[in-house]
Design a binder for this molecule. Structure first.
Ligand SMILES: Cc1cc2nc3c(=O)[nH]c(=O)nc-3n(C[C@H](O)[C@H](O)[C@H](O)COP(=O)(O)OP(=O)(O)OC[C@H]3O[C@@H](n4cnc5c(N)ncnc54)[C@H](O)[C@@H]3O)c2cc1C
Length: 447
């Protein structure tokens, strides 16, 4: 079938999906000397932070601490956002203008020599003799093939891995249901200092519950997941509040239904904000983003499946590629608010992430990064944040390029050499690295 399709490109490394994972992968592979093409269905990079309209990246530091545990590409992104006055940062993460992130990522790809093809949808993996050798894509030019010596799945949903026949799981073990989706929205006309003061005085859950008791609000939400604000857009706030349950991110009909419901909830929420939040009396909708935000879908099954027990026990891994540190953040799967399975770590918490969670079973020359790596449903609640998705991408990109140089499959790369390479680019992989990077606190806080 593929032989009848036109060949559109031939590269060393094809990165499918331009979210945090894809960004890390593309930059690392290109900086290691590979020819790289990144394809993306929308018109920007950033994934949830770009087309998803979500102006906040975490997690760079150990839980509740200023100890930095993440470096590499995604730290570079944060630093440049702050240096370009497009955002601000503290130990919880970086807050930024979404449009400026898109612009920065376009430039970073150009600087690294990464080719970008927007408006291009991945349709199917091209598999020969058990190895992924390219992708069938669809765009305005029609259907075609991109051939690649290595492919990195950065789709968040494991589209490439699933298409190639790699085994995967989805959702919570008892019924396969996934975390709710959220359509972000941005409001304008906000008096932010008054909102800030109100936030300090009120427990927001009580406010939404009061609105619901008064008959002014449908009970779709009981908490604010995020008010994302940057000083360069002082009267605008990105709102993480809509909450859509019983939807599957691998089904177009569900993505559509979630978007329709999210937009409806956004307008309804604005009515409630105007009535109940001091400083939002005159707020209005500026925009909803290009895509609804998906928190959970497929997870591949690799030679190692990282579990919540591994995380909580801070299990050491010889093939560590970096650290995670976020809480096990599960939004309520069956109703509003947070799930009972949420787990809040102690201060200083951090855990190592092994390279082997990027390797799908039964398929060669394919690496998987980001939200669809080999972890359990609960472990995904922590590792799914963007800095960790980006660092798995960065390791995948470096490993793809290295595997080409070593002429081996990614499964067989020299892991010690890969780790040295990641470290040379700022990666923090071990406790020695944590101690070295944090000696003298050689990083900034622009808050
Ligand atoms: C509402 C919401 C709030 C969140 N809040 C935070 C937060 O505060 N801090 C934080 O750090 N993280 C947060 N997260 C988690 C984080 O944003 C995601 O888990 C992370 O972005 C996943 O990165 P990724 O690169 O794996 O996938 P994504 O960010 O989903 O990127 C995948 C990319 O691949 C593209 N793609 C997918 N399929 C195809 C295809 N078939 N063909 C072509 N392109 C395709 C998509 O368009 C997208 O650009 C939040 C997530 C959501 C949904």
């Amino acid at each position: 079938m593929t032989s009848t399709l036109p060949l559109r490109a031939e590269v060393d490394v094809l990165v499918v999906g331009g979210g945090p994972a894809g960004i890390g992968a593309a930059l690392a592979a290109a900086r290691a000397g590979a020819s790289v093409l990144i394809i993306e269905q929308f018109n920007c990079l950033g994934g949830v932070a770009g087309a998803g309209g979500h102006g906040h990246i975490s997690t760079y530091c150990a839980a509740g601490d200023r100890l930095r545990v993440v470096g590499g590409v995604i730290y570079e992104v944060a630093r440049r956002l702050v240096e370009e006055h497009a955002g601000w940062m503290n130990h919880h993460g970086v807050w930024f203008e979404v449009e400026k992130l898109k612009f920065l990522l376009d430039r970073m790809m150009r600087e690294a020599g990464v080719g970008i093809l927007y408006y291009t949808f991945f349709c199917a993996a091209v598999v020969e003799d058990g190895a992924v050798v390219g992708a069938i894509i669809q765009n305005k030019d029609g259907r075609g093939v991109i051939r690649a010596r290595r492919v990195i799945d950065g789709t968040g949903d494991g589209d490439v891995a699933a298409s190639a026949g790699a085994p995967f799981e989805q959702g919570r073990p008892r019924d396969g249901k996934c975390q709710p989706m959220t359509l972000m929205f941005t409001i304008g006309g906000v008096d932010w200092p008054r909102v800030e003061a109100w936030r300090k005085d009120y427990h927001m859950r009580e406010v939404w519950e009061r609105a619901q008791r008064n008959g002014d609000m449908e009970p779709f939400q009981t908490t604010i997941m995020g008010f994302w604000w940057t000083p360069t857009r002082p009267d605008q706030v990105g709102i993480n509040f809509t909450h859509i349950t019983d939807v599957d991110g691998t089904r177009a009909a569900d993505l559509t239904a979630a978007t329709l419901e999210g937009r409806r909830q956004a307008f309804h929420a604005i009515d409630v904000f105007r009535q109940y939040v001091p400083g939002m009396e005159d707020c209005y909708l500026v925009s909803t983003p290009n895509t609804v935000g998906v928190r959970e879908s497929r997870r591949i099954i690799g030679p190692v499946v990282l579990t919540e027990e591994d995380m909580k026990a801070r299990r050491p891994w010889e093939d560590s590629i970096g650290y995670g540190a976020f809480l096990i953040d599960i939004h309520h799967i069956d109703g509003p608010g947070m799930d009972e399975t949420v787990w809040y770590p102690e201060p200083g918490f951090r855990y190592q992430i092994p390279y082997r969670i990027l390797l799908p079973q039964g398929v060669e020359q394919l690496l998987v990064a980001g939200r669809c790596v080999s972890v359990t449903h609960l472990a995904l609640g922590s590792i799914r944040v963007m800095a960790q998705c980006a660092l798995t991408g960065e390791a995948a990109g470096a490993a793809a390029a290295r595997s080409l140089r070593e002429n081996v499959t990614p499964r067989a790369v020299d892991v010690a050499a890969l780790q040295a390479e990641l470290r040379a680019h700022g990666g923090i992989l071990t406790e020695d690295d944590v101690a070295r990077v944090n000696a003298g606190r050689a990083w900034f806080f622009a808050a």
